[in-house]
Ligand binder design. Structure first.
Ligand SMILES: [Zn+2]
Length: 507
């Protein structure tokens, strides 16, 4: 293509215009990493199997923060050049539409300071946090959740370290002082959900409902101390399965890392948590458990069913917050209705600060995490509450169950959700849902006409942490939600936690 020379491309995501690339569909990634020390770039080989969806003279991958040594397409050396955060590849011969092809990139993967997304530096090694747009800081890829693919990881590390990735083990080979660990995911995955943990970890196994393998990865020295939390997962899996149906993947577990990320993250089959969430006495037990439940709920909402565009993020966070809130409600710790009323009070201010749920405002450049604002958490759970009030509990629960079945291992949009809701409820819900999803003002809550936006100054954007776009994130260790033991949960009308991706981001 381009007579003008290599240039970065995107698939037209309204929030991240340069993410993803046109003209092909990735079917599989095979990522080989060679780890020596956390402060050194890893040597890497990323092999991508893809199919051309258009004739291609050049193709772009998203990649930055590493050195590319060579590129081959179907085994033949290919020319390459960097353009913005893209790697522009010119194969020797044009790729025809419909052709399957393989790209092999030899490169380094640089953890840098571990604070710009992608690799996270931990006290004992590395973990990964790629959401929303940082996978391409780790490996070359089509870095958009609308292009899911199979993943295999092969990681070589010093023999005293333990490597775990999402999915199931696919072999381990010891050679001298180094061990190579392989993992494969059984279901397609978005690049943003990849997880590789390298550290002094214990890997603990237990069994979830109907024999589901549960595998947790924790700092080896903390395994006893963390057991009371880890023991909750099988019950949480059963709880979620009762709500929405079978767990969608081959295994699950939590990765507790010795890092101060300021957030937790739903990496596929192995959710990432900060150690400090569990070891401090800052948060009441029910609260910590509801955050665990939030990340678990994402395995259905966000992981198995991925957003078509990042503006569909509310489908991830609204649902995860919904089940988190329902869980706290059922355990008698925080009434759902009360939490929703408080969200209602803030909703207009959240919309003013971050845009409506399904058309959020882009994050400021360099602060991509700024997208994770209150409006996509409690502000979007509120939309689900409104919908349940409108169509009734039975129809709402049918909708939720059908949603995760219909779009399992796939990609879905807000339009798909409105369509299915209408289908399940047996009435056209466009007119009802449109203002809830796209309106500048929060519509009247069905069944609660007395709910009103909070009067100013409470409703002033920025009055609450995280409510203001571009608000300076605090990176204080363990900084999280505003809920302290003894504090009335009422005090917390911000999205808290997971989760606090939202309010707190490493810089
Ligand atoms: Zn979340």
């Amino acid at each position: 293509m381009s007579p003008a020379g290599p240039r970065p491309l995107g698939i037209g995501d309204p929030l991240y215009p340069r993410l993803g690339n046109p003209g092909y569909d990735v079917t599989a990634y095979d990522i080989t990493l060679d780890y020596r020390r956390a402060d050194r770039p890893l040597d890497a080989v990323t092999t991508i199997d893809a199919r051309a969806t258009a004739g291609l003279r050049t193709l772009n991958l998203d990649f930055t923060q590493g050195t590319v040594r060579s590129v081959r397409v179907d085994g033949a050396p290919a020319a390459f050049a960097a353009a913005g955060e893209d790697l522009v590849i010119t194969p020797r011969t044009r790729l025809e539409r419909g052709a399957d092809f393989r790209v092999t990139v030899r490169h380094t993967s640089d953890p840098g300071d571990g604070a710009s997304g992608g690799w996270v530096r931990t006290r004992d090694g590395l973990a990964m946090a790629n959401q929303a747009d940082a996978a391409h800081r780790v490996f070359p890829c089509n870095d958009h959740p609308s292009d899911k693919a199979r993943f295999t990881f092969r990681v070589t590390a010093p023999k005293n370290l333990t490597v775990v990735a999402g999915g199931l083990p696919a072999g381990r080979v010891r050679e001298g002082a180094r061990t190579t660990w392989s993992y494969r995911l059984a279901h397609p995955m978005a690049t943003e959900l990849a997880q590789v943990s390298i550290g002094r970890s214990a890997v603990l196994h237990r069994t979830g409902p109907h024999g589901l393998p549960v595998r947790d990865v924790v700092p080896a020295a903390d395994r006893k101390k963390l057991e009371k939390w880890l023991a909750r997962t099988p019950g949480q899996l059963s709880w979620m399965e009762k709500k929405v149906g079978p767990y969608p993947f081959e295994d699950y577990g939590v990765l507790i890392s010795q890092a101060t990320t300021g957030f937790e993250l739903e990496t596929q089959t192995l959710s990432l948590f900060e150690r400090g969430l569990f070891t401090g006495d800052e948060f009441p037990r029910w609260y910590v458990e509801s955050i665990m439940l939030h990340e678990l709920a994402h395995q259905w909402f966000g992981d198995s069913v991925s957003p078509r565009r990042w503006s569909d993020l509310w489908l991830n966070e609204g649902h995860a917050t919904w089940y988190e809130a329902l869980y706290a409600d059922q355990y008698g710790k925080e009434s759902l209705e009360r939490r929703m009323r408080l969200a209602y009070e803030q909703s207009d201010a959240w919309r003013a600060a971050g845009g409506p749920p399904a058309a959020p405002r882009p994050a400021e450049p360099g602060k991509q995490i700024g997208l994770f604002r209150p409006i996509v958490y409690d502000g979007s759970a509120l939309v689900l509450y409104a919908l349940r009030e409108r169509i009734g509990r039975a129809a709402f629960e049918r909708l939720e169950r059908q949603w995760v079945v219909r779009h399992r291992d796939g990609v879905a949009s807000t339009t798909d959700f409105v369509r299915l809701a209408s289908e399940v409820a047996g009435k056209d819900l466009n007119g009802f849902l449109h203002p809830w999803l796209y309106g500048r003002k929060t519509p009247t809550m069905p069944g609660h006409p007395d709910w009103k936006p909070a009067p100013k100054p409470d409703a002033k954007p920025g009055a609450k942490p995280g409510a203001k776009p571009g608000a300076k994130p605090t990176t204080k260790p363990g900084a999280k939600p505003s809920t302290k033991p003894g504090a009335k949960p009422a005090a917390r009308s911000t999205p808290h936690g997971p989760t606090a991706r939202h309010t707190v981001k490493p810089e």
